[in-house]
Design a protein around this ligand. Structure first.
Ligand SMILES: [Fe+2]
Length: 286
């Protein structure tokens, strides 16, 4: 075996890791070494910088608990989470695209009737989201499950509220014609947690730490590809700078502000409310 030099070190490391029996693990590890070495060579990392990186990673790991995952946040702000999502959900043009799940989804939300209010007692401007769930062929999908979660009008999720819940989350089902009606309050844009190592990085780099207002959806129906996605409020000040890169053009929706009058639930509102129309298109598949 040749002696190590700066020039041959990458080849030696790849050669050493080339004998992993599992072919997929072999591919992942040798590619990781190739790109990690490439990165270190390109920027010619100093010893002080490498020590800083190790310290930052160590502190990031120590921040992680059952309720908080700082490494996922790191993956999110670097655009890696959305890249992994995109690679794993290459849907046909015309299907509603996917986005990251994010840290605030809660399983087993209560199931509500069409038009029922999932924001009872919550601060915020009343908001109706309604539309249809259809297949790529345009046929309505009956009984599709829409698992919905979002912030209240103060920009806080259930996990950030001192509540036993449920708070701003519910499960709805589409009717025989594929239609659904959700009553809620308008979400608002919010900051990612800034009290950890990712917040430190965002402050140091002066990169925006804000997310535009959005509502999360998990939509599934037998025989169709399950999607996890958001809809975003058009015109939001952070729409072009979402810190986690979640905004895809077909997911930007007009939140029409109505002064008052007949709401999609059939009741009459004296206060202004938002009327949001959005149709989900699911691709056939598992
Ligand atoms: Fe969110």
């Amino acid at each position: 075996m040749p002696h190590v030099t700066e020039a041959n070190l990458t080849d030696l490391a790849i050669e050493r890791w080339k004998n992993i029996p599992d072919p997929r693990l072999r591919r992942i590890m040798t590619s990781l070494i190739k790109h990690l070495h490439g990165f270190v060579r390109e920027v010619e990392i100093t010893e002080a910088e490498w020590a800083t990186a190790i310290d930052w990673l160590t502190r990031t790991g120590k921040m992680c608990t059952e309720k908080r995952q700082e490494f996922i946040l790191a993956s999110d702000v670097l655009g890696v989470s959305m890249l992994v999502d995109s690679i794993n959900h290459r849907l046909a043009t015309g299907a509603t695209p996917t986005t990251v799940t994010g840290p605030f989804h809660v399983h087993d939300s209560p199931e509500l009737e069409q038009g029922a209010n999932m924001a009872d007692g919550a601060p915020g401007i009343p908001c109706f989201v309604s539309g249809f769930v259809r297949g790529l062929d345009g046929k309505p999908i009956k009984g599709a499950v829409l698992d919905v979660w979002q912030t209240d009008g103060d920009g806080l999720y259930e996990a950030q509220r001192d509540t036993d819940g449920p708070w701003l989350r519910a499960i709805y089902r589409s009717g025989a014609d594929g239609a659904y009606v959700i009553r809620t309050v308008a979400p608002v844009g919010y900051t990612i947690p800034m009290d950890g190592t990712i917040g430190e990085l965002m402050q140091r780099t002066k990169i925006s730490h804000m997310r535009p207002a959005h509502i999360h959806f998990l939509v599934e129906a037998p025989g169709y590809h399950r999607i996890i996605t958001h809809i975003f409020q058009a015109g939001d000040q952070y729409i072009d700078t979402d810190v986690v890169f979640g905004v895809k053009e077909p997911l930007i929706v007009n939140f029409e502000k109505k002064p008052s009058g007949r709401m999609p639930s059939g009741e009459t509102s004296k206060a202004p409310f938002y009327d949001v129309k959005y149709d989900f298109t699911l691709q056939p598949g598992a």
